[in-house]
Design a protein around this ligand. Structure first.
Ligand code: URA
Length: 198
């Protein structure tokens, strides 16, 4: 059996690899967005809202992400949004190394198939998982590193997690600058442009 067993295209339809997560989840939360998106945002794992609605980043973090996309001329429906693990960890704890490893083939397959111009690691867990090294997210935010992900070589941009801006206002500019860089990489129209007024 292949490592991406249980996948139908980009969707994981069944998986029981992580006993704790099988117990804590209501459903598997797959990535959303076009299968040929230029940008893929990768978060840590579903929270309560995502577990309930079956879509990544639909709670307060999702609002922060959506606002930043909007400000920088990117639309949620044009980007792909996914997570390192697809099932909600109990009490929103960080996914364990084993859980990250169990879910990695699904993420690799998704990233290989979408083959985006840039992968945005939202926070420490995805940054360290994708770059396979220790990452100081705040100081490295906005930097891009090319890494092997499965059979693909992809540019990964480090970004603070949107939730970080909710409990530490000083992270707002860091987050906004990183999203602005994403918009520049994919050539999105700047939200500040006034050309549309004419
Ligand atoms: N935080 C994440 O990392 N992922 C989500 O889907 C929601 C919140």
């Amino acid at each position: 059996m292949s490592d991406s067993e249980g996948m139908d295209g980009l969707r994981v339809t069944a998986c029981e690899r992580c006993a704790d997560l099988v117990d804590s989840r209501s459903r598997i939360v797959n990535g959303v967005g076009p299968d040929d998106a230029d940008v893929v945002f990768v978060g840590e794992g579903p929270g309560a809202n995502e577990d309930e609605q079956g879509e990544p980043f639909v709670g307060r973090s999702g609002d922060v992400l959506d606002d930043a996309l909007d400000t920088h001329g990117l639309r949620r429906r044009d980007v792909r949004i996914t997570n390192c693990v697809r099932c909600r960890p109990p009490e929103n704890r960080d996914p364990s190394e084993t859980e990250l490893a169990n879910c990695r083939p699904y993420l690799e397959r998704e990233l290989e198939l979408v083959d985006p111009e840039v992968v945005v690691a939202l926070g420490k867990v995805p940054a360290q998982h994708l770059l396979e090294r220790s990452v100081a997210v705040t100081t490295e935010a906005g930097t891009v590193e090319t890494v092997a992900v499965g059979d693909a070589r992809l540019d990964v941009l480090v970004c603070v997690h949107p939730a970080a801006t909710l409990y530490d206002r000083s992270q707002e500019d860091t987050f906004a600058s990183a999203i602005e860089k994403v918009a520049t990489i994919v050539g999105a129209e700047g939200g500040q442009s006034s050309l549309g007024d004419f």
